[in-house]
Design a protein around this ligand. Structure first.
Ligand SMILES: *Cc1c(COP(=O)(O)O)cnc(C)c1O
Length: 483
């Protein structure tokens, strides 16, 4: 019908016969697109498509002449791709619950509700409704934070790296901060304690050795230029063997003897001792404050389970000083974050229901038997399609990680679907399957271990099960057709 004459004509002839922009935009199939995407976008994509085709013809990348149907298909495809958000949804089957590259903590419905309502409507972010005048945004969460940590005051910034940076800039600019050499850590490549210090204008005084630091290392390093003593929780690694570190209470005593503040960067900010939920313990801000820390910094999107933010809690006079620093304005959080943070913190008022209500904790405390049952429910739905491509699927015991540098050594027993090839020739298929799953509408991210694709089920919520099944089935179908 609409086909252009197929001929082995020279390229120039092909090009001359390409339909015009007008012809494409007035084609009946374009009419829905005009409504859906708007005239400007449809025209843009048609022009883009024609120019790509022209280029391909000139570079002899095409062996057949493009026909109208081809062109319209290409336009439809491009329109749809361009309308897909760049920030794609993911089903996290990596086995790392707090995966920094996958956005860390997922949040509970009441938190999401608070965030979307703050986004949709005006709210009293910095407005004292009683007095009818300007307020302070930190006050939205300060009381909750003080209640949950035992601190006198609190302030919130964009992330924990910002919290550490701001603290150092406000209190140790052009002065010295003493840190144990064993705690000069790097987190995820771009956060290195020594670099942050330098940028904040703080001079780093390293004391002790990588494995051992003693109280006298600190007391002997203190001089007239010392501003702070600092302890960094080495959240993502562990020094084992012949080690010694100075306990927080001892460091606080040494600092206070010389009228210096003692600060702790905790990193992962679990507000409760997680051992009550059967998880390994991680130090809490309350413990640090009780041990004598004057300031404590921690993240909100790690174990705390909320939106990306960083918190400094501690002595009122020091928090005041931090808040007066102009960089506080630079690093402040927005209303959506504060709304989410407040809603998450409220959940901590009832620790008994936390494992059911805080998504991160729900995932971390998921019993192995639950994942086992889930695996046995999934395998029959996948087996046949996988068999057709020469693959098998079975359950495998694995160890999930908490992630984001939290509880580095501890692993949580978990169950994965293990997909592998039944024969040597099919090993490449496992790799291709992994790639196809990653390219799904909701990207499915597992991990390849040796020649097996492991899909750790810890983070697969029941409502995502069918999405996973559909994506595996469609990837399998793709493996069969594209040989
Ligand atoms: C994660 C972490 C940070 C950085 O926190 P972000 O919220 O990622 O900015 C800083 N210090 C420690 C000890 C950490 O574990």
């Amino acid at each position: 019908m609409n086909k252009l004459p197929v001929a082995r004509a020279p390229v120039s002839e092909w090009l001359a016969q390409l339909p015009s922009v007008d012809k494409l935009v007035s084609h009946e199939r374009s009419q829905d697109w005009l409504v859906q995407y708007g005239r400007d976008e449809v025209l843009r994509v048609i022009r883009l498509t024609l120019s790509l085709v022209r280029q391909e013809c000139l570079e002899n990348k095409r062996s057949i002449q493009p026909d109208l149907d081809d062109l319209l298909k290409q336009v439809a495809q491009t329109l749809s791709t361009r309308a897909t958000p760049n920030l794609r949804r993911v089903i996290n089957l990596t086995g790392t619950v707090l995966h920094t590259n996958l956005g860390r903590a997922v949040m509970p419905p009441e938190v999401i509700e608070a965030m979307s309502s703050a986004a949709a409507e005006p709210c009293a972010l910095e407005y004292d409704l009683g007095e009818g005048k300007r307020g302070d945004r930190d006050e939205l969460v300060e009381e909750l934070l003080c209640e949950l940590t035992g601190a006198e005051a609190a302030t919130v910034v964009n992330n924990n790296a910002a919290a550490v940076f701001l603290l150092l800039h406000a209190l140790s600019n052009r002065k010295e901060t003493i840190v144990s050499r064993g705690e000069l850590i790097e987190i995820g490549g771009s956060f290195r304690i020594p670099d942050i210090m330098k940028r904040a204008g703080a001079k780093l005084t390293e004391v002790g050795t990588t494995n051992r630091t003693h109280p006298k290392d600190f007391s002997e390093a203190i001089n007239a230029k010392t501003a702070l003593l600092m302890k960094v929780h080495t959240s993502n690694y562990m020094v084992q063997g012949f080690t010694a570190e100075v306990p927080e209470a001892e460091l606080a005593r040494i600092a206070h003897e010389r009228q210096l503040p003692f600060v702790v960067d905790l990193g992962s900010g679990t507000l409760l001792d997680l051992s009550r939920y059967g998880l390994p313990s991680e130090p809490t801000p309350r413990q640090a404050i009780e041990a004598g820390a004057d300031l404590v910094t921690f993240s909100c999107d790690k174990l705390l389970g909320g939106p990306q933010a960083g918190i400094v809690v501690g002595r009122r006079d020091l928090i005041q000083k931090i808040k007066k620093n102009p960089l506080k304005r630079v690093l402040r959080v927005g209303k959506v974050t504060l709304a989410g943070l407040e809603a998450v913190l409220r959940l901590y008022r009832n620790p008994d229901t936390l494992p059911q209500r805080l998504s991160v904790l729900q995932l971390l405390t998921r019993p192995e038997s639950d994942m086992q049952t889930q695996a046995l429910r999934l395998i029959p739905q996948l087996q046949e399609a996988l068999t057709i491509c020469g693959l098998t699927c079975r359950t495998q015991s694995v160890k999930s990680q908490i992630g984001s540098g939290s509880l580095p050594v501890e692993r949580l027993p978990s169950v994965a679907l293990a997909i592998e090839s039944t024969n040597k020739a099919g090993e490449k298929k496992v790799v291709r399957l992994e790639r196809l799953l990653r390219a799904s509408a909701t990207a499915v991210i597992g991990r390849l271990s040796d020649k097996t694709l492991l899909l750790d089920l810890r983070c697969l919520t029941p409502e995502k099960e069918q999405v996973l099944v559909e994506h595996v089935l469609s990837a399998a179908a793709n493996l069969v057709t594209v040989r």
